[in-house]
Design a protein around this ligand. Structure first.
Ligand SMILES: NC(=O)c1ccc[n+]([C@@H]2O[C@H](COP(=O)([O-])OP(=O)(O)OC[C@H]3O[C@@H](n4cnc5c(N)ncnc54)[C@H](O)[C@@H]3O)[C@@H](O)[C@H]2O)c1
Ligand SMILES: CC(C)[C@H](C(=O)O)[C@@H](O)C(=O)O
Ligand SMILES: [Mg+2]
Length: 369
């Protein structure tokens, strides 16, 4: 049966990176004779302009009926002054919640050819391979009450709330990932101040009984922000709540050289997932063919792996990205010395070329000739 992929390009550079990534996926699917369909829909600012809402019914319906969702990015200055319900970001948050995607995976991996692109010292970032597991459907992003109160709206309120079961399921997920990696889990919280963090710690300490082979440490989020920069190689899997994970992953992106490098997968217990780069719509470079598409392409690789169990195809994408970087191609954000600077479109072409040159693909092509 045809597998359905919903494509939500969104706004700004989201549209630019999503387009090329679909091209790449089409090429891979065609090569392996896989039966997949792509259906595009609006989200974010583009949806507000066309439909008057950041998450139109038909977009939600398409995503609910699809096997996976590929998303570019949402947002931009055009909608920054909109009321809360008409903010592009509301569409993305609503979609994550409606699909129940509580586990957000944000891998941070350095590429040998990009060590100089990081503002950190080469020897500090060399060999970094960590996975940030961010809780995605709870915490301060979704707590009630949220809004303004007082006679003149002079008080603003957001509520950080977690139930035990919400913490248990994300912590358990993180332990599972740690078990399959280097068996080291860092739980990041603010237990010296927040009650939700104290409960978080209790749950981590309880869950480790089920995973005695995994080594656990607790780290306060302010210290974690420092340690990420000071010794990123210390980390294997990090598990943390929604907002801490949002902030720490942008920080950690600079270990790789650019926010444009980071992919993400947002999962629930079955294989359905939403795949999007960690970055936003980058209004400062939108429409200029400057966006780095690699975070989006690597998100597509995660989709192949987690939603479709196409491990070989996922590796082909990841190897193509590594090869293009090794060959010295870089987009403006990476500032690699001595390489060849390319735009978004050319970078996508280079990745396509590298895919076509892959032995596994060539083998298949010759088998069909
Ligand atoms: N998942 C999402 O859709 C998502 C994520 C983050 C921010 N946003 C939204 O995006 C808008 C802009 O936010 P922002 O500027 O704070 O964050 P941003 O991630 O869009 O950009 C931050 C900086 O990183 C650069 N950058 C980001 N991605 C890049 C890429 N692929 N290639 C090259 N450079 C890249 C940008 O040019 C900018 O200088 C806001 O409306 C925000 O809410 C959306
Ligand atoms: C756009 C915004 C709602 C979103 C978040 O905070 O989750 C973004 O920053 C991200 O990291 O995906
Ligand atoms: Mg973010």
């Amino acid at each position: 049966m045809t597998k359905r992929i919903a494509v939500l390009p969104g706004d700004g550079i989201g549209k630019e990176v999503a387009k090329g990534t679909v091209q790449i996926l089409e090429a891979v699917f065609e090569c392996f004779h896989h039966d997949y369909s792509f259906e595009e829909a609006l989200i974010g600012g583009a949806a507000i302009d066309a439909e008057g809402t950041p998450l139109p019914e038909k977009t939600l319906k398409l995503c609910l009926e699809s096997d996976a969702v590929l998303l570019g990015a949402v947002g931009g200055p055009k909608w920054d002054q909109n009321p809360p319900e008409l903010r592009p970001e509301k569409g993305l948050l609503g979609l994550r919640k409606a699909l129940g995607l509580f586990a957000n995976l944000r891998p941070v991996t350095t590429y040998p050819s990009l060590l100089h692109a990081s503002p950190l010292k080469k020897e500090v970032v060399d060999g970094v391979d960590m996975l940030i597991v961010r809780e995605l459907t709870g915490g301060i992003y979704f707590g009630n009450p949220s809004g303004r109160r007082g006679e003149q709206n002079e008080v603003a309120v957001d509520t950080l709330e977690y139930s035990k079961s919400e913490i248990e399921r994300i912590v358990d997920k993180a332990f599972q990932f740690a078990r399959n990696r280097r068996k080291k889990l860092t739980s990041v919280d603010k237990a010296n101040v927040l009650e939700s963090s104290r409960m978080w710690r209790e749950i981590v300490n309880k869950t480790v009984e089920k995973y005695p082979d995994v080594q656990v440490e607790h780290m306060l989020v302010d210290s974690a922000a420092m340690q990420l920069i000071a010794r990123p190689n210390h980390f294997d899997v990090i598990v943390t709540e929604n907002m801490f994970g949002d902030i720490l992953s942008d920080e950690a992106s600079m270990i790789t050289g650019s926010l444009g490098m980071l992919p993400s997968a947002s999962l629930r217990e079955d294989n359905v997932g939403l795949y999007e780069p960690v970055h936003g719509s980058a209004p400062d470079i939108a429409g200029q063919d400057k966006a780095n598409p690699l975070g989006m392409i690597l998100s597509a690789a995660m989709m192949l792996r987690y939603s479709f169990q196409l491990e070989k195809e996922a590796s082909i994408l990841e190897e193509a990205v590594a090869k293009v970087l090794k060959a010295g191609y870089y987009t403006d954000d990476l500032r690699v010395q001595g390489g060849k600077r390319v735009g978004t479109k050319e970078m996508i072409e280079k990745v396509l070329d590298a895919i076509n040159e892959n032995q596994a693909i060539s083998g298949i092509l010759t088998a069909y000739i």
